[in-house]
Design a protein. Sequence first.
Length: 324
Amino acid sequence: MSQQLQRVVITGGAGFLGSHLCDRFLAEGWEVICMDNLVTGDLRNIGHLVGESRFHFFHQDVTEFIHVPGKVDAVMHFASPASPLDYLELPIQTLKVGALGTHKALGLAREKGARFLLASTSECYGDPLVHPQREDYWGNVNPVGPRGVYDEAKRFAEAMTMAYHRYHKVRTRIVRIFNTYGPRMRLNDGRALPAFMSQALRGEPITVFGDGSQTRSFCYVDDLIDGIYRLLHSDEVYPVNIGNPNEMTIKEFAERIARLVGTTSPIIYKDLPVDDPKQRRPDISKARRVLGWEPKFDLDTGLAKTLAYFRERLDAPLAKGPRG
Ligand code: UDP
């Protein structure tokens, strides 16, 4: 009997994380169905996969009914605007893809008897009062603030995922993703790393929000993807943090990037966005225990790889799409 290909549906597959997941599943020998409505995703992220017979692109809004012919073994729900700037510009779409999109993606998994993995977020912890953040912390989220559209959509998505697990017995997994960086981040998505790198490369002032004392912990994309791939294959139903616990202030992060790029750009300070979390660091003891996972890339290595990508993109302005 010939061995059947494993098939995965990846929503948000043309986005930053989704496109890296497409690469990983293809490398593992799977057939990949990549879905994206290209609101924040970008075809250039998957351009190198055109012509690969195991790769298929569906231009689809996953808040509408999803139909996929044939068998499906796994559904990875990664569609969502994901940077603060994007979800402030697209508040309704953000709520819809977290709520209706998760419902549709779960419906597809149930129909196909597939595993389901939800891309959730450290934003579920809001402006956390517990540090570092463990999975059993319920968070400190402002539902009516500007970030609420993302935070509450993802919290709803987690609740919906658990309901499908408990009521419909779908084999579900939930990853809580902490700040991740790497090639294919959008230059103008408003996040700290693309902002700082493109400012440093263009010789523009580096914009630190607030006094820069707020902290984040940055994980290189390949590490994250490896954690997610392991989680899909594990039996863990409850959320698992995947991130790099290497915490630093945003001011330190800006200085680090400025040094790496070798810029003389000054750091300038701008207003802190509403509800910007003051501190964030994953407790990854659960990922270590249940997945045998921990990050391998240190910041210097990850930043150097990312910088190479950003340099290339900034040198190719004619290839720019509508959202940068
Ligand atoms: N930030 C900044 N300057 C920028 C963009 C972001 O100082 O140009 C800060 C932001 O206020 C936050 C941190 O960097 O404290 C990380 O922001 P990002 O948007 O990357 O992700 P978040 O963790 O807030 O979702």
